[in-house]
Design a protein around this ligand. Sequence first.
Ligand SMILES: [Cu+2]
Length: 235
Amino acid sequence: MPPSPIARARAAVPPLPRIVFAVLALATLAIAARPAHADGDIVATVTDDHGAPVADAVVVAVPVDGVMKVVPHRDAVVDQVDREFTPKVIAVAVGTPIVFPNHDNVRHQVYSFSRAKRFELPLYAGVPAQPIVFDKPGVVVLGCNIHDWMIGYIYVSESPYFAKTGADGKATIAGLAPRDYVVRVWHLQQDGLEDATKKTVDLAKAKTVSVAWSLTLRPETRVRRSPVGESAGHY
Ligand SMILES: [Cu+2]
């Protein structure tokens, strides 16, 4: 019986291209199966002049190529507890809405005159209905018109890659694609410009890169608290 037209067509394809095709297909699969990028970490250590760990420093990494997708955070909160902002320092990505619940039995009037965000929440108790959206990068200093000693800081980052140091002075920015980054550090008592702390790190060569800063800190100027309970119930 003569071979069917299909069988003849199959036979017409030489075996070598078929093997080449199979190898190429396998190679493509292998590349696809490999993670698009082995994510890396930047481990930052911040100390003061005396080598003591510095907490509440914000470390920011910006890809050198400038390509990044900023996703605003959800559920960001700056609480008011015992007539202090809690946390005192928060870092968020630009565009993040923050709510300012009041957990005290006195009313607060939260405001900022900072260029990155001017706002005022009229005297209130409980949770304000609307969050404030922090839509410009920069440092926003918070105050309360009733309690002069209350001060808080919102670091609004233009990059989605940032972390705040803990009590050990360490912060890890995890899950970074392997490329070059400019890293910098900000602290509320920093003597000197944040821009002067810039360093370039290359995550293409190593999966984990350590970076360290020694900061000169100015003493923190704070208004003294009124004795506890003095104004309780008045506002
Ligand atoms: Cu207050």
